[in-house]
Design a protein around this ligand. Structure first.
Ligand SMILES: *Cc1c(COP(=O)(O)O)cnc(C)c1O
Length: 239
């Protein structure tokens, strides 16, 4: 088995075992493979291994990689291991002037943290006749250098975004704090889970609001225990 296949198997096995341990169904979890530091051959490998959800944190790189992978799939119509289509997730900080370009190649955006950005997405999506899925990024670790709406402002922003016509608000996203202390990470993830339940419980965002995107290579096991439905994992697979 190649290194990447082996790493991917380890990640998938560990997701399954944590799910079993906390009575969750593996089918509730989407693994987004973060390709930002991988080369094209490595990305082709994970696609052949059944990964259909890929994530990038820069618009330009997402577009280039999405084009390359689409061409690869088209050039190999007889390869039954290849999926028909890849879902590209934008997971990094997004500038308003890149929105229109992004909407043409990604339909799930994890990093909405201001009203102006949400308005830009809705406006551009309307022109392109699209309705992208978006997640609101929350800064639950309260590290000042991080992007994301502060926890205290999150419900209000969700209310505003939920009224926009060409956006489907599907959940919350967060980045765990930069520490190996599991208790601190867990406290942060639980805060996001509680916020998620509050927004869902008060029916602020409608029936599609079902996702919590949290958990990266260092902390995805804790994230699953705390209710994550989307994991964003890069280095555990490609390093
Ligand atoms: C890079 C990145 C990841 C993946 O991180 P790894 O530690 O490589 O698993 C997840 N989310 C975001 C927003 C990232 O930028």
């Amino acid at each position: 088995m190649s290194k990447i296949a082996d790493n991917l198997k380890k990640v998938r096995d560990s997701i399954a075992s944590v799910c079993a341990h906390c009575n969750r169904n593996v089918s509730e979890i989407t693994l987004v493979v973060v390709t930002k530091s991988a080369n094209l051959d490595a990305i082709k490998q994970v696609v052949r291994l059944g990964c259909t959800d890929l994530g990038e944190n820069r618009v330009q790189h997402l577009k280039l990689t999405a084009d390359d992978i689409e061409a690869f799939i088209k050039q190999n119509p007889d390869d039954t291991a290849l999926p028909q289509k890849i879902n590209w997730h934008m997971i990094g900080h997004l500038q308003r002037n890149k929105v229109r370009q992004l909407l043409k190649c990604s339909d799930t955006i994890h990093s909405i943290d201001t009203l102006r950005l949400a308005e830009e997405i809705s406006k551009d999506a309307e022109k392109l006749d699209l309705c992208p899925k978006i997640l609101m990024q929350v800064n639950a670790s309260e590290e000042p250098q991080k992007y994301g709406v502060p926890v205290g402002a999150a419900v209000h922003l969700a209310e505003q975004i939920a009224t926009m016509p060409n956006i489907k608000l599907i959940g919350l996203m967060t980045m765990g704090p930069l520490t190996l202390n599991k208790d601190i990470v867990k406290a942060c993830f639980i805060r996001v889970r509680e916020l998620f339940e509050e927004i869902q419980g008060e029916k602020i965002a409608g029936p599609d609001f079902n996702h919590i995107s949290m958990g990266m290579s260092q902390d995805y096991e804790v994230a699953i225990e705390c209710g994550a439905t989307i994991l964003r994992i890069g280095s555990a697979i490609f390093a």
